[in-house]
Design a protein around this ligand. Sequence first.
Ligand SMILES: NC(=O)c1ccc[n+]([C@@H]2O[C@H](COP(=O)([O-])OP(=O)(O)OC[C@H]3O[C@@H](n4cnc5c(N)ncnc54)[C@H](OP(=O)(O)O)[C@@H]3O)[C@@H](O)[C@H]2O)c1
Length: 494
Amino acid sequence: MICVCIGRGRHKHTLAEHRYLAEQGVRLVELRVDYIRSQVNIKRLLADRPCPCIVTCRREQDGGQWTGTEQARQLVLRTAIVEGADYVDLEDDIAGSIPRFGKTKRIISYHNFRETPDDLEGIHRQMADYDPDIIKVATMAHRPSDNLRVLRLMRNAEIPTIGLCMGEVGTPTRILAGKFGAPFTYATFLHERQLAPGQLSFKQMREVFRYDSIRASTEVYGVVADPVTQNLNPVLLNAAFHHLKQNKVFVPFRVPPDELGSFMDSCSELGIKGLIVTVPHKEAIPRFLTQIDDAVRDVGTASTVVFERGGVVGYNTDYRAFLSCLDEVFPDVARERMMVGKTALVMGAGGLAKAIVYALKQREADVVITSRTHERAKELAEQLKARTAQWYERQKVETNLIVNATPIGMHPNVDESPYDPTILSRSTIVFDTVHNPEQTLLVKGARDVGCRVITGVDLFIRQAAQQCAHFTGQEPPLELMRTELKRAIGPAQA
Ligand SMILES: NC(=O)c1ccc[n+]([C@@H]2O[C@H](COP(=O)([O-])OP(=O)(O)OC[C@H]3O[C@@H](n4cnc5c(N)ncnc54)[C@H](OP(=O)(O)O)[C@@H]3O)[C@@H](O)[C@H]2O)c1
């Protein structure tokens, strides 16, 4: 169950949101009465309530907005109990002085905005002394192992326990709470109105992660990145899993570079079966794999990991997705021959460029690499037997295919292009890997000239589809994933 938090300054707005959420099928809300700017009228908030609620009144030290005296705050909580609130949230240091009364259930809560302390079990044991129906532990996560400890606490607890880690690193605990035995998780009314750091909105929880379908048996997949908030893979993969009727959830894992090893160690306990690996981990991940494909060996990076039969298998789906996009352009030519005798100009010499150059060399193309930092282009060219051109001379290279593997043209710098499209010849194929927006200046200009164009959305979808196939063993729903991606990017940017 998802409990949606309402934190509004006026009773009128609190009541309206409560009503709206109940109409949307929400079965539990948390009324954060510390947000109410006038005298709190509990009776008014609880009368004719459209669905059950928790009454919470947080002090500043626990992340709340309460500015009155502590005595007045506790009076609000006692009144909520007397008025028959379904639940009341009592912080662990005051719970002992507020006794059980009537049918109101007691949530005993602990907050720590600095860290996830070592002795979580000890804290939990003490909280159990205050006659709880539910114990809630909310701590700040700095590393993925904090999530694991909190999830473990939930799974092993005899009293129903909700363990939540705050911050972007802690988001997985909010999504996986149900899998680890929590009676419910918390979400915000709107994404922009987080009441605790790292909280997801009710809409995200319900529509993207399908929280209410997550059970103990649900398999966990995810993307490993730092940062991870803007990553669109959860939108695509969860939609695909749902379409394919898979008991799987796809979670964003923010893993700082120096925590990758400990995160990989925790995968089995978290129930993780597969991962999408992206910046900054693609080069570091191969050392944690027990089996790799040829492309991982030759390029040195992996973008997809599957845990199977006791092993950890890595694939370079960047490379395969790129080739799959090219195959679409030359449907009538034998795949192996399609770039023979043709020149490709690759702009950029980073992680993606490396996989692209490798793919083009597999197809026997003559590859010219150009990069703002020429040294990087030279290094890559030596490694993969390609040529280089100076960045300022890139537009002089005679080429059949140009590939933008730099962020130039990406939101918000949408007025920039890595190549002047007006000098393109109609026969040149243009591949812009930027996917946000899809219609970059380069893509639009190339289309105006009449060039065949492959976009970053094509690449992103192809890659996500291949990853989905690795995770499910089924044919991925390509068109559904495309629609979801375009919707997530938004019409303004697509
Ligand atoms: N559609 C997809 O599925 C997908 C997936 C991954 C990536 N991408 C796109 O590919 C781009 C590169 O990804 P990556 O992982 O390879 O990144 P990366 O490893 O950081 O490499 C970025 C490359 O772009 C160059 N560059 C950055 N800013 C530049 C600028 N303003 N002018 C000229 N060159 C610039 C860098 O040159 P320096 O060495 O001089 O910094 C480097 O060669 C991303 O930004 C994204 O747009 C698309």
